[in-house]
Design a protein around this ligand. Sequence first.
Ligand code: CAA
Length: 377
Amino acid sequence: MNFHLSAEHEMIRKMVREFAKNEVEPTAAIRDEEERFDRTIFDQMASLGLTGIPWSEEYGGIGSDYLAYVIAVEELSRVCASTGVTLSAHTSLAGWPIYTFGTEEQKQKYLRPMAEGTKMGAYGLTEPNSGSDAASMRTTAVRNGDHYVLNGSKIFITNGGEADIYVVFALTDPSSKHKGTTAFIIEKDTPGFSVGKKESKLGIRSSLTTEIIFEDCNVPVENVLGVENEGFKIAMQTLDGGRNGIAAQAVGIAQGALDAAVSYAKERHQFGKPIIQQQGIAFKLADMATSVEAARLLTYQAAWLESQGLPYGKQSAMSKLFAGDIAMQVTTEAVQVFGGYGYTRDYPVERYMRDAKITQIYEGTQEIQRLVISRML
Ligand code: CAA
């Protein structure tokens, strides 16, 4: 075994860390405060090749792998979890299914501009009455000549409104539930497509989360992704990899909170010495550091398996489950290390704690991860 990152992976980490520090971190707190999504950050990521990390050059990517991609999401999330999830949803939830199931024409038309970052992607599965029970969706797609007519709505769509390309799931045979679900690629300017409510959130406030609405939305037959009525498996397989992107986000959030807590504990003096020399704080930091390292190893393992073309669904659910819980614990402890100051917006740890919570909820709650893992035991 070799636990060292390759020179290519180290280079990507260094590049993203510098970019995150210089271009993302300085505005992270104010964007959070103002709930403001900044497209120029996505554009800058595009110019660095980050919007197409795992895709081959023939599809506009940089031809690297899933490990490089999770390293990028981790480094971004270390300073701004909103930027981390913007890239994660774009890459694993929208790019991956097109890369994996798309025709050559679909890849050139949709994946290429997404990988190059001139277009942004999003994924639409969840509905008001269909969350954990994804198969209970109600959005319909009725064939009418060379089009499908979609009606319904999807909620909690990361990148909603800003995204140009949406991978959306709808019922083409409602009586067959998941066996009658089809995946579609939908462009933002398709007549009948609109963006609804923008959510105001506890955390990841500078990422977009919106409703998307289909009212007699005409989608050409050639925009079916994969095979008609086989879309549920596409949705599930997409989440298998997407969940590891969220694990990477969680690792980044936890590492960012740990970094802040360690440096504060070295500077803050109480009872005549830095609080890092007080065993109560020192042991807390030791536990936090150990947890982050374990979560990172699970996350990298799942990404490595995917890059090798080996089964990774179970490890991905495990990494998301473990890293999400670790992120919540570590950020909560980081606030504790800061004491009263940690509870204020003068320091970043309260933001990390608010951001961490979503990693236990989206791309399948922790309870759903346990369901997925236990079914594979
Ligand atoms: N890969 C391939 N096929 C899969 C699969 C996978 N990972 N998981 C399930 N399937 C297949 C099954 O084999 C089965 O196929 P057959 O009918 O041919 O046998 C079919 O899908 C149905 O599977 P189940 O019987 O297991 O379905 P279920 O209804 O009991 O449960 C579930 C499925 C795992 C609970 C699923 O509903 C689920 O993952 N729910 C959580 C949804 C979720 O994660 N939502 C997140 C939304 S996206 C998001 O959050 C994005 C964001 O903002 C960042």
